[in-house]
Design a protein around this ligand. Structure first.
Ligand SMILES: *Cc1c(COP(=O)(O)O)cnc(C)c1O
Length: 382
């Protein structure tokens, strides 16, 4: 391979950034649990690190890998997705406006509502299914930060990232994209004009339901990005080295996992369309999805492993289906190798606008025929 050839993100993910550890020749990256780092004769630091709350070598390596996959200048890892999101929001000045979608991960929206109630920020929610709503919200609120989530949990509505970036920038705001449901194999929001990408790395990036982590990736360095770094350091929100090491391990299979999960989810979504007990299937890969054409444009590597179905009936039928599967595990979270099913309304906060008959599916790596048979037998029972 000539030095001209630029490696694709898939290759970077597969090799965990460095195929070989230069110190030992190991083909697996080392795990450095050290909390403190030594100084030399002139009291100079011997390496790049100082103290573990500021950063550490294994966390750095995972951050460099994720930054490369997203095409960003730098990534910062946190102890959870919400820790990353709160640091992002903390970077806006006192009293500034934040614009966010009506449908988004409920924990993030709960946090924004609390800050709004205390006067720390002014929150303006917009209807993400209405093409004109973001423009109107920005014109009225004059935000510092616009947040979008695409596909949005748990309806999988799609927001046009490039259009949102143009709108946010025209109003002097930064655009942050929660891309948890559309990891780098399919969408790279920074290339579409976003300023910050957010992931709950607990989900697809790690992919094995054994790490809680969050990450922010920036397109450019600047005052706000450095403010986020200060918030992370002073609140002690950095990810631990073992979690970072597991995350590097999970990233190595991200591209194959995501491709297979997308393929299976597409097959399930299509097969369930005509089921008599299914009112609607919500999945960006279906022609019937209201923003399918936008999804095709910005999800270039598959539509993901997340879909929801509206079952015939209400909350009782929804809960009954979620309790009747034998392969799909009834549990929250998403993006792992095992398939999960959830009656979403039961776990969200009282303000939740999620339909009573919505069942959320996270598709894992099991055989598609087994998953479909499981859903069919569960639907037969209502
Ligand atoms: C899970 C999730 C979060 C929150 O991340 P945690 O790692 O649970 O703190 C945020 N956004 C989306 C879309 C999620 O699925």
């Amino acid at each position: 391979m000539g030095s001209e050839h630029k490696r694709s993100p898939e290759t970077i993910a597969a090799q965990g950034l460095h195929a070989v550890d230069p110190a030992t020749g190991a083909v697996v990256p080392p795990l450095h649990p050290a909390t403190t780092f030594a100084r030399g004769g002139d009291y100079e630091l011997l390496g790049a690190h100082f103290y573990s709350r500021y950063g550490s070598p294994t966390v750095d390596q995972a951050e460099r890998a994720i930054a490369a996959l997203e095409g960003g200048i730098e990534a910062q890892l946190f102890g959870s997705g919400l820790a990353a999101f709160t640091a992002l929001v903390e970077s806006v000045p006192e009293g500034a406006a934040v614009v966010a979608p009506r449908t988004m991960y409920f924990g993030g929206q709960d946090w924004l509502r609390r800050l709004d109630a205390r006067g720390r920020i002014r929150l303006a929610l917009f209807d993400e299914t209405d093409d004109a709503a973001l423009e109107a919200a920005c014109a009225e609120a004059r935000p510092e930060l616009v947040c979008i989530e695409t596909p949005a949990n748990p309806t999988w509505s799609i927001t046009d990232i490039a259009a949102a970036a143009e709108t946010a920038h025209r109003h002097g705001a930064r655009l942050a994209v929660d891309s948890t449901g559309a990891p780098p194999p399919t969408t790279r929001p920074l290339e579409l004009g976003a300023d910050i990408v957010f992931h709950s790395a607990t989900k697809y990036l790690n992919g094995h339901s054994d790490v809680t982590a969050g990450v922010l990736v920036a397109r450019e360095d600047g005052e706000r990005w450095q403010e986020i770094r200060q918030v992370r350091m002073l609140t002690g929100a950095l990810l631990g080295p073992f979690e970072a090491w597991l995350l590097l391990r999970g990233l190595r299979t991200l591209y194959v996992r995501f491709a297979r999960q997308s393929e299976t989810a597409m097959a399930l979504a299509t097969a369930l369309l005509d089921h008599p007990k299914v009112e609607r299937v919500l999945y960006p890969g279906l022609d019937s999805h209201p923003r399918h054409s936008v999804a095709r444009r910005q999800m270039t590597g598959g539509f993901g492993g997340m879909l929801s179905i509206l079952v015939a009936g209400g909350a009782a039928e929804g809960r009954a289906v979620a309790a009747a599967t034998e392969l799909f595990v009834p549990a929250t979270s998403l993006g792992g190798v095992e398939s999960l099913i959830e009656h979403r309304r039961s776990i969200e906060s009282p303000q939740s606008a999620v339909a009573d008959n919505l069942i959320r599916l996270s598709v894992g790596l099991e055989a598609v025929d087994d998953l479909l048979a499981d859903l069919r037998q569960a639907l037969e029972r209502i």
